[in-house]
Structures are given as structure tokens and as C-alpha cells.
Design a protein around this ligand. Structure first.
Ligand code: S3P
Length: 438
């Protein structure tokens, strides 16, 4: 189990291209596998989570070639291209043995949607963290459609027996892109129209990509519907850099005095960028440059400069738009002037770790006043952070957020159990080092 030590105190300066988007990489592999013909996915995220999705479709007989090139900065990721010969909606084969989804909730939940429509049974398993995560949220609607599940009271491992599905109109109790996407994927296997209504809008990458592949998708406010039995077209798609990975360096650039960073090619899909709005309301100097569209997703270069931040209250529909960014937002809040209060974010308790409990515990080790709420937390502002021995809880976003917090202390912060960073951001620590030496 590896650990990292944070002791540099230099400003962060220079440019980086964050790793490719994880959500889009997963979906591209899934849709290309279900399309009829050869797709190319450029700038794929070569990291553990999306590779679990690649492994799953290979196990179901899809031909997938992974090509890696040399990168410009040796510490950063080599660009990866994936070529997929899609088998069509009904061309998957029964996998031999269980499919290992590793740490990836997206792999497991989206696969449940695909497997619901197959004429075979398959078992999905995951690591210790994934085995604790709730799956009833996808089992419920997919069982209503006609799939049969065996699980450990709603936790993995799961066995899915697919079959002839019927369309449903599902009112989801949670704003979850994984639930929405699982139902839409299962909807491809139905005669008729399947729809999902969310309480707030979650990320819409599946809708964009399904539409581009030829599926008949309609979006009406918080409701999305799909007509079944589409023939999906193969595609050539370029994945933008992941806003959620960029977030660690956006906040680092804002809070470390003297910093100026340009983050290039970052996806700025409005269902993902709540953190930008929140930080700008806190007083952040952030500018979007060179805004453009790449493969159906908005993309920009993001320039950040050290800024004085003030605390804020966050809740409501801002929560799904920034759900993965709360750990790093907690770090920004700890050094901001005044309190920050986060509510309506109960979902944080069922991520790769209980992120409310984890951030409250680890930031308080650094001397930050924190108060846990059932659905969020209160963070006392303008703290002088002290070095500490930090745990990651096996959660990549806790590990990286606390590494950025470590930049604000006098002394050495050690973060243990940091292998998890490889699920989404291989090279994170090397990039942090490079920017501090620029
Ligand atoms: C994801 C959706 C979000 C997010 C996760 C990735 C996706 O989860 O937290 O990191 O790719 O669909 P929920 O759908 O559970 O909100």
C-alpha cells in the first residue's frame, strides 16, 4: 500500500492537461461495444476504473484494441486510443466467470442495465469499497422491467439474469446519472418507450452519446425517454479532460499563494461544472478561454489564479452538478474567510467512501473546525492548517483533496493508502511536483 508525502510550499505555476474524462470513457466503451461496426475512442482514460469496463466487454466477446502513444511530459499519461469492433445490441456472449468491476460503481451500475437485456445470467463483483455500495437503486427499476437479480441484500456481488424487458416510466428518488444511464441502456432492449424522471438533473453524457449513436432520445426538463430497439452507429470520439480531475488543480491554484495555472482541454458540460459557479461566488479568479465543442461536449481551457475566498452555503440543484467535487470544495472552504455550509448532499455518504465523514475527520486532524450534518457538513473558515497523518479511506478523491490541503500546512503531511488515485488520475502527484517546480 503506497503513501505520499506533501511538503512543498511553492506556488503552482504552468500548464497541465488533466486526464481524460472517466464518465465519458466508460460510456464510450459501452456504446461502442453495443454499436454495429468499428468505433475509435481517442484520448481514452487509461486508468483502473474505465479499464474495468473494457475488461467486462472483452469478457462478453467484444474485440477491443488498446493503443498507447508516448506522452509529451513523461510523468503524465500517454494518450490512449481504443478501437472497438461492436457486436450490436444482441451480440454479447455469456461471460465465463464473474465480471470484476474493481472499484468502479459506474461499471457495475451501467452494466446492470446492459445485462438486464441479455439472454443469459452474469455475476458482477467488486473490491471491498464497491461491495459496500448500494445497488438497490438500479435493481429496483431494472427488476420492474423484467430482469432478475440475486444479491447480498442489495450489495455486490450481484447476479443478473436478463430477459425480455418491458418499458417503464421511472421516477427516480435520487439524482443519479448511473441510475438514469442503467435504465436508458436497458430501454434499448425494450419494445416501446422507457423514461426516467430525476429530482434534479444529473450528468447527461449518456444522453448526448446515445443520441449521437442514433438512438431516439427525448429530453423534457428532468425527464429523459428512449425508444427501444435502435441500431447503434459506431463513432469516432475524442474524450475531453475530466473536469472532476481538473478540480484538484483548480482549487490548488486558487488557495496556494502566488499560483497561476492553465488547465487545457477540460470538459465543461454544465451538468458537471457546479464547482466553477460555487468557487466564482466565493470570489475565485477563474477564466474560461478558447471555449469550443469536441465530440458533442463543451470544452475550454481554464485559467486560475490565487484568490481570497469567502465561505458559502450550497444545496439544491447545485449538488448533483458538483457531486464529485465536494471533497476538494471542503478544502477550499477550510481556507476561505467565514463558514461554509453544505446541505442536500446525502449521496456523499455512499460514494467510494462516506465522503462527509471522511472529510470531516481528516480536515479536523489538520485543525479545521468541522460539523457533520446528516446530509452535508459545516466547515469553519480561515483556518491555519497543520500537518497531519491522513487516511484516504481507499477513496481517490479523498486522497487527492487531502494532498492539496497538505500544501497549505507548515511541515510534512503524509497520506496513506494512495494506490486508489490510479482509479482516475495516474500521475497526479508527479504533475503536482512539476507545477511546483515551474
Ligand atoms: C457517475 C455518476 C455519479 C458520480 C460518479 C460517476 C457516472 O454518480 O458520482 O463518480 O459516470 O455516471 P451517481 O450517478 O451515483 O450520482
Amino acid at each position: 500500500m503506497s503513501q505520499i508525502s506533501i511538503k512543498h510550499k511553492n506556488p503552482l505555476r504552468g500548464e497541465l492537461t488533466p486526464p481524460p474524462d472517466k464518465s465519458i470513457s466508460h460510456r464510450a466503451v459501452i456504446l461502442a461495444s453495443l454499436a454495429e461496426g468499428r468505433s475509435v475512442i481517442r484520448n481514452f482514460l487509461y486508468a483502473e476504473d474505465p479499464l474495468s469496463t473494457v475488461g467486462a466487454f472483452r469478457q462478453m466477446g467484444v474485440e477491443i484494441e488498446v493503443r498507447r502513444q508516448n506522452s509529451e511530459h513523461k510523468e503524465e499519461m500517454s494518450p490512449t486510443e481504443i478501437l472497438i469492433n461492436g457486436n450490436g445490441l444482441s451480440g454479447l456472449k455469456n461471460p465465463e466467470g464473474p465480471i470484476d468491476c474493481g472499484n468502479s460503481g459506474t461499471t457495475m451500475r451501467l452494466l446492470c442495465g446492459v445485462l438486464a437485456g441479455q439472454p443469459f445470467s452474469a455475476t458482477l463483483k467488486g473490491d471491498a469499497s464497491l461491495s459496500r455500495r448500494p445497488m438497490k437503486r438500479v435493481i429496483g427499476p431494472l427488476a420492474q422491467m423484467g430482469a432478475v437479480f440475486k444479491s447480498d441484500n442489495g450489495n455486490p456481488p450481484l447476479t443478473v439474469t436478463g430477459g425480455q424487458l418491458k418499458p417503464i416510466s421511472y421516477k427516480s428518488p435520487v439524482a443519479s446519472a448511473q441510475v438514469k444511464s442503467a435504465i436508458l441502456l436497458a430501454g434499448l432492449y425494450c419494445d416501446g418507450i422507457t423514461s426516467v424522471l430525476e429530482p434534479e438533473k444529473s450528468r447527461d453524457h449518456s444522453e448526448r452519446m446515445l443520441r449521437a449513436s442514433g438512438a431516439d432520445i427525448k429530453i423534457d426538463g428532468l425527464s429523459v425517454s428512449i425508444k427501444g430497439r435502435a441500431v447503434l452507429r459506431p463513432f469516432d470520439l475524442t474524450v475531453p479532460a475530466d473536469f472532476s480531475s481538473a478540480a484538484f488543480f483548480i482549487v490548488a491554484g486558487l488557495i496556494v499563494p502566488g499560483s497561476e495555472i492553465l488547465l487545457k482541454n477540460v470538459g465543461i458540460n454544465p451538468t458537471r461544472t457546479g464547482l466553477l459557479e460555487v468557487l466564482q461566488s466565493m470570489g475565485a479568479d477563474i477564466r474560461l478561454e478558447n471555449t469550443r465543442e469536441v465530440s458533442g461536449e463543451p470544452v475550454a481551457d481554464i485559467f486560475v489564479r490565487h484568490s481570497s475566498l469567502t465561505g458559502i452555503e450550497i444545496g439544491g440543484d447545485m449538488v448533483p452538478k458538483s457531486i464529485d467535487e465536494f471533497p476538494i470544495l471542503c478544502v477550499a472552504s477550510a481556507v476561505a474567510e467565514g463558514k461554509t455550509k453544505i446541505t442536500g448532499a446525502k449521496e456523499l455518504r455512499v460514494k467510494e467512501s462516506d465522503r462527509i465523514a471522511a472529510m470531516a475527520a481528516e480536515l479536523s486532524k489538520m485543525g479545521v473546525r468541522t460539523e457533520e450534518l446528516e446530509d452535508g457538513l459545516i466547515i469553519g473558515g480561515k483556518e491555519k492548517l497543520g500537518p497531519a497523518a491522513i487516511k484516504s479511506y481507499g477513496d481517490h478523491r479523498i486522497a487527492m483533496s487531502m494532498a492539496i490541503a497538505g500544501l497549505m500546512t507548515d511541515g510534512e503531511t503524509i497520506i496513506s493508502d494512495t494506490d486508489c488515485i490510479n482509479t482516475s488520475f495516474p500521475g497526479f502527484i508527479e504533475i503536482l511536483d512539476r507545477l511546483q517546480k515551474s
